[in-house]
Ligand binder design. Structure first.
Ligand SMILES: Nc1ncnc2c1ncn2[C@@H]1O[C@H](COP(=O)(O)OP(=O)(O)OP(=O)(O)O)[C@@H](O)[C@H]1O
Ligand SMILES: [Mg+2]
Length: 355
């Protein structure tokens, strides 16, 4: 069954300012987001995430390109005519209104009958589990509770699409984890398409159906979390999503070799010439120095992380490689600085990246 597309941008471009002061915030961004999808925009500060949300919401007009909703061109529609709502990083609740009044505000503005508004408030209060706090004012709530109210307020008019711009970044780690699960639940229960912005790669990987990785106004890769993590298209994506080791080498006559000449077990189909190999720290294992099929290395440092130990090693050519080794119940990994060891990559772990 083919999925229907909720939001589509076609070669969307956004320039801020004029003349020599122009900033190209978005450059030919074309992306399709499916109906009911949890879609995440991930990228460093200034890469254009908020700008893309603002174009979809209608707060900004693209310099070129189109925005479509359910196949209709909405590029020229003002925000209030788009069935799209936004949750911002700062919850921006109305301080003089109660929790219930905040939630009902949007529907009231739309002129819905009081009974309909009240019914929606009840439903939303239950959805975000704040029934007992309905009459409180925002300043009488914790950060997480305020964020729940902001979510309920945005969901109450039943938008087709909910845009969430770093909605969890003001929360401490524990509450943030709780709210991540809460958001996933809300999305599953309402079936609304969520477009979520974060610069936290772990948040993107754990929450999303698909992730778009952005850099300098462009989308570099769109894919399911596993696909992006295991098959990054380039060095930027590999580096941005989790920790990665990079090794310089080349591919010739169907063989992958390091600059130092040692052969690597990489699938090199479709590659030739100078390349970069990428491998995740959890896909590197340490073996005895004289074991077969391994690269000789010296341990530079070991760092204890509780669940695992990060073992920093140096290859003959000076390249540093980190292996993430699961700790034994004793907490010891039996390796120390200066030890000569061998290192090995799990089958299929080496990715070949164009340089
Ligand atoms: N109103 C504006 N006028 C001029 N330049 C702007 C304006 N808004 C954003 N920019 C620039 O456009 C680029 C993209 O900004 P945007 O806010 O979309 O980034 P972002 O990915 O959301 O970053 P962050 O993670 O810091 O929120 C940046 O270089 C920014 O300085
Ligand atoms: Mg932003």
């Amino acid at each position: 069954m083919s999925k229907s597309i909720a939001v589509e941008t076609r070669a969307a471009r956004k320039d801020y300012g004029t003349g020599t002061h122009t900033v190209r915030a978005l450059d030919k961004v074309s992306v399709s987001i499916d109906q009911g999808e949890f879609f995440t925009l991930l990228g460093p500060s200034g890469c254009g995430k908020t700008t893309l949300l603002r174009l979809i919401a209608g707060f900004e007009t693209p310099t070129a390109g189109q925005i479509l909703l359910d196949g209709q061109d909405i590029t020229a529609d003002p925000p209030n005519l788009r069935p799209i709502n936004t949750v911002f990083q700062s919850y921006a609740l109305f301080p003089h209104l109660s929790v219930a009044e905040n939630i009902g505000f949007g529907l009231q503005m739309m002129g819905r009958p009081k009974a309909v508004v009240n019914q929606a408030i009840e439903k939303m209060l239950a959805l975000v589990q704040l029934e007992s706090l309905a009459s409180r004012k925002p300043q009488q709530l914790s950060g997480g509770q305020q964020q729940r109210v902001a979510l309920a307020r945005a969901l109450a008019p039943q938008p087709r699409v909910l845009l969430l711009d770093e909605p969890l970044s003001a929360l401490d780690l524990k509450l943030r984890k709780e709210m991540q699960r809460e958001l996933k639940r809300l999305q599953a229960e309402t079936g609304i398409t969520f477009i979520f912005v974060t610069h936290d790669q772990e948040e993107a990987l754990t929450m999303s159906d698909r992730v778009a990785v952005m850099q300098s106004g462009k989308i570099l890769q769109v894919g399911a979390p596993r696909q992006i993590y295991n098959h990054p298209v380039d060095r930027f994506v590999a580096d941005f999503i989790g920790e990665t080791n990079f090794l310089s080498g080349r591919v010739a006559a169907g063989r992958a070799t390091l600059s130092s000449g040692e052969v690597l077990p990489a699938d090199v189909a479709g590659h030739a010439g100078e390349v970069t190999f990428a491998v995740r720290p959890e896909q590197v294992s340490v073996c005895a120095a004289d074991a077969s099929d391994c690269l000789a290395a010296i341990i530079v440092d070991t760092v204890y992380f509780g669940t695992d130990t990060h073992c920093h090693m140096r290859l003959g050519d000076g390249t540093e490689i980190v292996a993430r080794l699961q700790n034994a119940p004793s907490g010891e990994i039996g390796l120390a600085r200066g030890d000569a060891v061998g290192l090995r990559f799990e089958p299929g772990a080496l990715q070949v990246l164009a340089q």
